[in-house]
Design a protein around this ligand. Structure first.
Ligand SMILES: Cc1ncc(COP(=O)(O)OP(=O)(O)O)c(N)n1
Ligand SMILES: Cc1nc(C(=O)O)sc1CCOP(=O)(O)O
Ligand SMILES: [Mg+2]
Length: 209
C-alpha cells in the first residue's frame, strides 16, 4: 500500500534559521525535510545538515539531503534526493546506502515517471506543475493535467508534486490528484513559516480525497 505523507518541506535560502525550520517541521509532524542549498560550500552544507539533524534525530521527520550522496553519507542523512542530472540511484546507493535509507528521484514527464519507478525509489518528485524561478533550468511545466496519470503510473510509490505551488493554487493540485506537495518559496521566503505550515497541514488533512 502507498504511504502518502502530505507535506514535504525543502529548505532553500530560508528567511528563518535552519534550527527554527527543523523545529517547525518536527512539531507539525512533517515527514520529509530536505536541505537544498545550491550556493553553500560543502563545509557549510555539512554544518547546516548537523544543525538540522540535531533537531530531527529521533523524531518522525526524516532529514533528506539534495544532490550529494557523498555528503549524505558523511552527515548520516536519513535520505538523499536525486534529479535527472545527478548521479544515478545505483551509484548513490553504492556510496551511501550503509547510512542512508530513503531515496527520492525527480521526474518531469510521464516517461521519466515510468523509468524512475523501475529503479524502486521511496518516492518521486513530479513537476514543475507551474512556472517557477526557484530552479536554475526548470523543465517545461507539466500543468495539473498530468498529475493523476503520474500518480497512477507510480503505483505504490508516493508522488510529491512541486514547482510554482503556493497557498492560492494548492487546492487545484489536490483536485488534480496530488496527495503530497512541496512549496519552496511559499515557506522559505516567509517569516510566517509556522503559520503557513499549520494551515497547509490542516488543508491536506481536511481534504476529501
Ligand atoms: C522532492 C523534490 N522534488 C524535486 C526536486 C528537484 O530535484 P532536481 O531536479 O535535481 O533539481 P534541484 O533541486 O537539484 O535543483 C527536489 N530537489 N526535491
Ligand atoms: C526544486 C524544484 N524542483 C522542481 C522540479 O520540477 O523538479 S521545481 C523546483 C522549485 C520549486 O520551488 P517553488 O515551490 O518555490 O516554485
Ligand atoms: Mg538535483
Amino acid at each position: 500500500m502507498r504511504s502518502d505523507f502530505g507535506l514535504y518541506l525543502i529548505i532553500t535560502n530560508p528567511f528563518l534559521p535552519y534550527k527554527k525550520i527543523a523545529e517547525t517541521a518536527v512539531k507539525n509532524n512533517v515527514r520529509y525535510l530536505q536541505l537544498r542549498e545550491k550556493a553553500l560550500s560543502d563545509r557549510e552544507i555539512l554544518r547546516a545538515a548537523g544543525e538540522i539533524m540535531s533537531i530531527t534525530e529521533g523524531t518522525e521527520t526524516r532529514f533528506v539531503l539534495n544532490d550529494r550522496a557523498d555528503l549524505a553519507y558523511l552527515c548520516g542523512a536519513d535520505g538523499l534526493h536525486l534529479g535527472q542530472d545527478d548521479i544515478s540511484l545505483t551509484d548513490a546507493k553504492t556510496i551511501c546506502r550503509e547510512k542512508v535509507s530513503v531515496f527520492g528521484l525527480s521526474t518531469h514527464t510521464l516517461s521519466q515517471v515510468d523509468e524512475a519507478i523501475k529503479q524502486k525509489p521511496d518516492y518521486i518528485g513530479f513537476g514543475p506543475v507551474f512556472t517557477t524561478p526557484a530552479k536554475a533550468k526548470p523543465d517545461p511545466v507539466t500543468g495539473t493535467e498530468l498529475i493523476a496519470e503520474a500518480v497512477k503510473r507510480a503505483g505504490d510509490v508516493p508522488v510529491v508534486v512541486i514547482g510554482g505551488i503556493d497557498g492560492n493554487n494548492l487546492i487545484s493540485v489536490l483536485d488534480a490528484g496530488a496527495k503530497n506537495v512541496c512549496m519552496v518559496r511559499y515557506f522559505m521566503n516567509s517569516e510566517q513559516l509556522e503559520k503557513r505550515v499549520k494551515e497547509t497541514v490542516k488543508i491536506l488533512n481536511d481534504y476529501r480525497w
